[in-house]
Design a protein around this ligand. Sequence first.
Ligand code: NAD
Length: 437
Amino acid sequence: MELCIIGSGYVGLVTGACFAEVGHHVICVDNDQRKVDMLRAGKIPIYEPGLEELVHRNVSAKRLRFTTSTQEGVDGSQVIFIAVPTPPQPDGSVDMTYIEKVAREIAAALKPGAYRVVVDKSTVPVKTGDRVQATIQRYNKEAEFDVVSNPEFLREGCAVPDLMKPDRIVFGANSDRAADLMKRVYEPFKAPIFVTDIASAELIKHAANSFLSLKISYINALSAICEASGADVELVADGIGMDKRIGRHFLNAGLGYGGSCFPKDVKAFIAIAEELGVPFHLMKEVERINAAQLERFLRKMRDGLWVLKDKHIAVWGLAFKPDTDDVRNSVAIELINQLVKEGAHVTAYDPKGMEKAREWKLIPDSVKLADSPLEALNGAEALVLATEWKEFANVDLDEVKKKMHTALVFDGRNFFNPKTMKELGFIYYSVGRPPAR
Ligand code: NAD
């Protein structure tokens, strides 16, 4: 099939490459000329394992190409996917200007007699489909099209496998013609397809992300109870996670959730519910617990170091999770900013996130960036593990200790074993776990 993706970021680019991989002809549109130039030159603007090979292979096979022109994308494509940002506004509600603009651009590009399916893949408030439909109609009375909602569930860091082998495909359509075309798009993926009405599909995405955030806040709230009672949150998580009704996923206590999706989607869901007249107090508590978790960790650091001002602190991890260069709304970054605000001297290292953290000015210039995890430790009075990259497991902990001025480790992801750390002579703090006896 001939497909168009508008917005070639973390979702659009990976989706486009995976659609091409299964044999579709895909044109990815982006209004960022620099990004399109890079992609045309064979450079990949984001880090996602396996993406580079996938893009190169499909560009060479002439199944994947890039343009800045929405008209060119819409002209030859049966199905047009919208994958542009839906950032939060200061009040938490979703900024819909990107989606509305793309709807108008699609309207301008649609030609009479050429039926198209316009698919919303961005994460949007319920009822956005109706708005997109009405907008396109208002700007192009002749257009023949249907709107479909097809939320995306990929996880950054494993977006390629998530898209190639999804747990399920969800889409909401109000016409058989559109639903049939969508089934043809996804048929090669051999995944369960769940078809709903448009509003339900839109709600499924916010409900899914909110539930996962809730699970994280639940275990983080438990971690505080574990610390107060001497219990071990990992054992508690294992014990409850063995119950199939609960499951072990998303029950890892840590610094709280961050990233470009959960914080904004939880905020958006709260705002959407409010607007619908059904305030979602439960999710407000989820947010409160999340913020408190970082504050509790900082308190632990203040307890351990007594004073943060003028302390040299190494931070391992900037990305909001491992295997991605995405540093948007990363808790690691929030933590660093807090440490700097309190007068600490921070040196950070991240395998993939340093360039974007600097480019997007998310950390103060005073934060030094090291070339390796060990280099970040020179003279450090404490190490904070903020993102659980596998690379950190290969670092020789004896070397770590030698490099540090004082051997304090604050493990925000329960990455190290408390017993090992004690045996090696570290003063070791983690989340919700008692010190090794
Ligand atoms: P992104 O910022 O990485 O990419 C969006 C792209 O859209 C950018 O390259 C931007 O230049 C482009 N763009 C903006 N306006 C445009 C226009 N008018 N025409 C053409 N291109 C335009 O964003 P993302 O992380 O890919 O997220 C996109 C959407 O998908 C959001 O709604 C997000 O919530 C949702 N989502 C994201 C993830 C994720 O893990 N990142 C997962 C599921 C859903």
